[in-house]
Design a protein around this ligand. Structure first.
Ligand SMILES: *Cc1c(COP(=O)(O)O)cnc(C)c1O
Length: 396
């Protein structure tokens, strides 16, 4: 690789594929081995020990058993880590650890806090419904304090192992000043769920976060056909997470790793076009009497608006609308749309709409649940004229 770091568009195309030419192939090989031949007992034992304690294999080492290590998964890990690595940071100290789903990735980070004896988590709402539920019910033995971003410093105790936030938040796209929050965390690691922004729009590590997580199921894959989760963090934390993954069995499967890696080259261009479409749609919704409020980063002149263009290079491609007619109108709209698909999830090439209070945020406590008139829209690659026509007929 050249001295100068690649631009995002180049990194998205080439990361994880650096050795393909040298190996005489053009497509990423999928290694489906569940077990790997061992040279001899001595070196096999050493490889096992290294991988089971979170190490990475040196060239020539056996991968031993797929749950410990898979080369196709490792390609995705190094690619996403490169995309999340801030300028000037040693790329060797920024590592990806991939899991079967986004929730498995988040669960591993929380379990690590319990393991190192710091089970108290401070969490800033709103959060993805699954993350909120996992924390609220202490399923992994964590203890949670939910706090507003400005109250995080006061909520931290000596047992606090992690501060958790999302920006933009799900589903109302609230933005958090990551640098300010990281300062408030002091020595406590800050985990940012970067699923909505992706590294194309925002690199939380550059603003002081210690851990980035993704549901790769969303924009990274981008095609609605593969699930995965990935944590990007420093090498010491990544080593502990790999050891935890090896023993709890959360490894991503190699075929999904292949599909997620196949999504990466088009990630910057998908985000750019979907964002342009979302900006167009947000402006159109703002003209409609049926829509009481549009939730989209930068639309409202609050203090978070200035984070668009700095912390986050653009507003992204997810927005939410609150209907004047409340729950009944929202429920009716979902059933009337014909081009836009009524389905949970986001970040794929097609436009999806869903009702957070009834679906993704169903497990969230009443005081933190989104309003019944709110619908979340993940804007896709269709021509906006066709999407607007569908909403127009559905409103009618
Ligand atoms: C979907 C999602 C998750 C969970 O990811 P899965 O891959 O579904 O397990 C976590 N955080 C955010 C922001 C999400 O949108």
């Amino acid at each position: 690789m050249s001295e100068k770091p690649w631009h995002m568009a180049t990194a998205a195309v080439h990361a994880g594929r650096e050795d393909l030419v040298e190996n005489g192939v053009h497509a990423v090989p999928i290694d489906l081995s569940t077990t790997n031949p061992l040279r001899d007992v001595e070196s096999g034992g050493r490889s096992y020990e290294n991988l089971a304690t979170g190490g990475r294999p040196s060239s020539g080492d056996s991968a031993v058993y797929r749950r410990l290590w898979n080369p196709t998964v490792a390609r995705l890990e190094s690619a996403v880590a490169l995309l999340e690595c801030p300028a000037g940071r040693d790329t060797d100290d920024v590592q990806g650890v991939a899991f079967g789903t986004g929730m498995a990735a988040i669960a591993a980070v929380l379990t690590d806090c319990v393991r190192v004896g710091k089970p108290h988590i401070v969490a800033v709402r709103p959060l993805y419904g699954g993350t909120d539920h996992l924390l609220e019910h202490s399923i992994l033995g964590t203890e949670v304090t939910f706090a507003a971003a400005e109250d995080v410093a006061a909520a931290i105790t000596e047992r606090t192992g992690l501060v958790v936030c999302e920006s933009p938040g799900n589903p109302t796209l609230d933005l958090i000043d990551i640098a300010a929050l990281a300062r408030a965390c002091g020595d406590v690691p800050l985990m940012v769920d970067n699923t909505f922004a992706t590294p194309v729009l925002q690199k939380p590590l550059a603003w002081g976060a210690s851990i980035v997580v993704h549901s790769a199921t969303k924009y990274i894959g981008g095609h609605g056909d593969a699930m995965g989760g990935i944590v990007v963090t420093d090498s010491a934390t990544a080593t502990r997470l790999r050891a935890l993954r090896a023993i709890t069995g959360g490894l991503l499967d190699p075929f999904s790793a292949y599909l997620l890696l196949r999504g990466l080259p088009t990630l910057p261009i998908r985000i750019r076009q979907q964002q342009e479409n979302a900006m167009h749609l947000a402006a159109w919704f703002a003209t409609r009497a049926e829509v009481e409020r549009v939730y989209y980063p930068g639309v409202h002149a609050d203090e978070s608006a200035e984070l668009v263009g700095t912390q986050m290079s653009g507003p992204g491609a997810v927005l939410a609308i609150e209907l004047a007619g409340g729950y009944d109108s929202a429920a009716r709209l979902c059933s009337q749309l014909t081009l836009v698909t009524h389905a949970v999830s986001l970040g794929g090439f097609d436009t999806l709409i869903q009702h957070p209070a009834a679906l993704t945020h169903r497990p969230v406590a009443a005081e933190a649940k989104p309003g019944g008139g709110i619908l979340r829209i993940s804007v896709g690659l269709e021509h906006t004229d066709d999407v607007i026509a569908d909403f127009t007929q559905a409103f009618a």
